[in-house]
Design a protein around this ligand. Structure first.
Ligand SMILES: Cc1cc2nc3c(=O)[nH]c(=O)nc-3n(C[C@H](O)[C@H](O)[C@H](O)COP(=O)(O)OP(=O)(O)OC[C@H]3O[C@@H](n4cnc5c(N)ncnc54)[C@H](O)[C@@H]3O)c2cc1C
Ligand SMILES: *[C@@H]1O[C@H](CO)[C@@H](O)[C@H](O)[C@H]1NC(C)=O
Ligand SMILES: *[C@@H]1O[C@H](CO)[C@@H](O)[C@H](O)[C@H]1NC(C)=O
Ligand SMILES: *[C@@H]1O[C@H](CO)[C@@H](O)[C@H](O)[C@H]1NC(C)=O
Ligand SMILES: *[C@@H]1O[C@H](CO)[C@@H](O)[C@H](O)[C@H]1NC(C)=O
Ligand SMILES: *[C@@H]1O[C@H](CO)[C@@H](O)[C@H](O)[C@H]1NC(C)=O
Length: 626
């Protein structure tokens, strides 16, 4: 059946457009890969007529954090749990790692944009950066890069030093491990990892020869290739992902599918929360339910607590819509002030970097056409029937690769402390020849820049890309409401590079890249920087700091790690929104549990830390109601 079908399609479509490719891939998965379709285990949304009037716990947002909470809180059969998610169920195509990005701008994406800036994202239309966020069960874990990184031990010790008891590294490590099902052999003996949890961690299944050259070039510079989630962070590594059998393992797959048959857990999809309901009792403010839209406006009560897990953009937004936030701003929006909380929406931090940096290489020896084709990856080359066939028949092939990050490194610029393991820059390595145009497209860079910058990257060129980003930015941005209408997207101002130190660190990372391409391993490939320049920066010498500062301000890219907009901290910190048990200061029966509570950003990708926060938060809720 399968072969007959592909043969026929082959006749019709020798070179596939992305749309046709995805249709064929989807069709063949439905027919041939019941493991991906996973019909039996997919979460069913509760029909509205079966919704209860009241639940013990109401969770807002079924993303990275919310999915974990729904599972853990419903472990207790005597407690009822309602999970409200604005989006719909997961789709089959997002399971394929190489398809990262296909849900951008779709109905499963909140599709945010930052306010126009004169300091960053200058190559984007209207100087606005694009910020995708998952609007789907599993939230941003369904659209993210799947990279499994925990951050640096010192990040958590510093959270604890700010007065957050129980958040030091030693205390959070058990919660990272609790979720984890580490399947990579080399992690089996490590005291930092564990098998048997819900969240499967694997290495990406497919590797190109170029990846080995990139990762091992670090060794010549004195860096180890090792587990960057282990003893020491500084070093190089192949990418590990939230992957199961090579395919995306979102938190919906990991935590919700196994829990969804529990009678005491109701998951309601396409349920858009507008408001958290608070009553005043004397001077106390007490949360008693939520108001949401599904077909019509509905109110559901929470006997114990409402848990807000709408993410770093929408959790502060929902607090403000409910009258919890900076007094002046709420008044300006005509929202009755329930509780003055000046830190709501403030303290926004993100990992900003410069994208699209491309090195051209010559494969080290004569190769057959097919070997040559696979020395690096190229999305257009991968988007063919051979790749689909490998995925369908053999569960392998380039569709199992990560387009943007085959591996990464945590390195120190001259600004970092040489004596300690606290790198200040992360590099993501892409073994894709068309990484540049691809990432430009993902970031919505204007076409003039793309055609100028990548005019050399043609069919017969092999290349790879490096994306440096800063790990501990000093700049702080904010989220505010545009109006009191819940449907309206918020104002997002990340303030990248507002503190010039951030730009200096990023520019300094180019010095490292220059050293890296001069290693013997890279010389074997004759690796050389793409010599084309961003039009607006071309008056600077390409090897100067000025050029790279200009580049960073134009081809600005985040890896989408906004955090800290409802930060955790003690009551005497006026900008702390939640305490160290994640309860909102000054409002009873309400917690925030998601990426927004980080006191400050951690030194690495933020998904695993968010899952850890939810694991720990779930335990705290259970303890507090004992
Ligand atoms: C494109 C992209 C790539 C990334 N790559 C990586 C990576 O490779 N590795 C990594 O570690 N991290 C990565 N991240 C970051 C990581 O995915 C996030 O930090 C993490 O998912 C945040 O989890 P969260 O629970 O705070 O929010 P989310 O996962 O975004 O969940 C919030 C949920 O709340 C729902 N919601 C919001 N408002 C409402 C409402 N009013 N009513 C009902 N529901 C609502 C949303 O639909 C969503 O499901 C990436 C993020 C993006 C966007
Ligand atoms: C971690 O780094 C320290 C200091 O450089 C070193 O002594 C130690 O051996 C490293 N541990 C591992 C597991 O690499
Ligand atoms: C099938 O997968 C195995 C590894 O999983 C690989 O060694 C083999 O080359 C693949 N075969 C084909 C035809 O792709
Ligand atoms: C990628 O492959 C396609 C199809 O073979 C080709 O047209 C394109 O030029 C290639 N791009 C790169 C950067 O190799
Ligand atoms: C890019 O192409 C130009 C000519 O268009 C050439 O001068 C330059 O050397 C090329 N750069 C690289 C890195 O191949
Ligand atoms: C806040 O209180 C803690 C003790 O709970 C104390 O250690 C800290 O110094 C105080 N911070 C400020 C800014 O007052």
């Amino acid at each position: 059946m399968m072969l007959g079908l592909t043969a026929t399609i082959h006749m019709v479509a020798k070179s596939l457009s992305t749309e046709i490719f995805l249709v064929i891939l989807g069709l063949l998965i439905i027919i041939n890969r019941p493991d991906i379709v996973d019909e039996k285990n997919r979460v069913q949304s509760i029909p509205t007529q079966q919704l209860l009037a009241e639940y013990d716990y109401v969770i807002i947002g079924g993303g990275s954090a919310g999915a974990v909470l729904a599972n853990r809180l419903s472990e207790d059969k005597d407690r009822t749990v309602l999970l409200l998610e604005a989006g719909d169920n997961e789709e089959i195509l997002s399971d394929v790692p190489n398809n990262m990005g296909i849900l951008y701008h779709s109905s499963s994406d909140w599709d945010f944009k930052t306010e126009p800036s004169s300091n960053y994202c200058l190559s984007m239309n209207n100087h606005q950066c694009y910020w995708p966020r998952g609007k789907i069960l599993g939230g941003s874990s369904v659209i993210n890069g799947m990279l499994y990184i925990r951050g640096n031990k010192r990040d958590y010790d510093s959270w604890a030093a700010l007065g957050n008891v129980g958040w030091d590294y030693k205390s959070v490590l058990p919660y990272f491990k609790k979720s984890e099902d580490a399947r990579a052999e080399e992690l089996a003996e490590s005291p930092y990892h564990q098998k048997g949890g819900y969240l499967t961690i694997e290495r990406f299944r497919y590797k190109s020869p170029i990846d080995d050259y990139i990762i091992h070039s670090g060794e010549e510079l004195g860096y180890k290739v090792h587990d960057v989630n282990g003893e020491n962070q500084t070093g190089f590594t192949y990418a590990y992902g939230t992957l199961r059998d090579g395919l995306r393992c979102s938190t919906a797959k990991a935590f919700l599918r196994p829990a969804s048959k529990r009678k005491n857990l109701h998951v309601s999809l396409q349920s858009f929360v507008e408001n958290i309901l608070v009553k005043k009792d004397g001077t106390s403010k007490i949360v008693y339910g939520v108001q949401f839209l599904k077909g019509r406006r509905r109110v559901i009560k929470a006997k114990r607590e409402v848990i807000l897990s709408a993410g770093a953009i929408q959790s502060p937004k929902l607090l403000m819509l409910s009258g919890i936030g900076p007094k002046d701003h709420l008044e300006e929006m005509n929202i009755p002030v329930v509780h003055h909380a000046p830190g709501v929406g403030q303290n926004l931090q993100d990992h900003v970097g410069m994208a699209g940096i491309t090195y051209i290489v010559d494969p080290p020896r004569k190769m057959t056409r097919s070997e040559w084709n696979r020395f690096t990856r190229n999305l257009s080359r991968i988007g063919n029937l051979e790749s689909i066939q490998e995925l369908i028949q053999n569960s392998s092939g380039p569709l199992y690769s990560h387009v943007l990050s085959a591996g990464m490194a945590f390195i120190k610029t001259k600004y970092a402390d040489k004596m300690i393991d606290y790198p200040d820059v992360q590099l993501h390595f892409s073994g894709a020849s068309d990484y540049g145009p691809l990432v430009a497209n993902m970031n919505m860079v204007n076409s003039k820049t793309v055609t100028t910058l990548y005019k050399n990257i043609t069919q017969n060129v092999q290349a790879f890309g490096i994306f440096p980003c800063i790990l501990r930015p000093r700049s702080r941005g904010f989220i505010k409401l545009k109006s009191s209408d819940p449907k309206e997207a918020p104002i997002i101002v990340p303030n990248y590079f507002k503190d010039s130190h951030d730009l200096q660190v990023l520019v300094e990372s180019m010095r490292f890249l220059q050293k890296m391409v001069r290693t013997d391993l890279m010389r074997k490939l004759n690796a050389r920087l793409n010599s084309n320049t961003i039009p607006e920066c071309s008056h600077f010498d390409i090897s100067s700091d000025e050029y790279w500062a200009c580049y960073a301000r134009h081809f600005t890219s985040t890896i989408f790690h906004p955090v800290s907009t409802c930060k955790m901290g003690p009551i005497n910190d006026s900008h702390a929104v939640v305490d160290d048990r994640l309860r909102v200061h000054g409002v009873a029966n309400l917690r925030v549990i998601d990426a927004s509570i980080m006191p400050h950003i951690i030194s690495g990708n933020t998904n695993a830390p968010t899952i850890m926060i939810a694991e720990k938060g779930a335990d705290m809720i259970k303890e507090d109601w004992l």
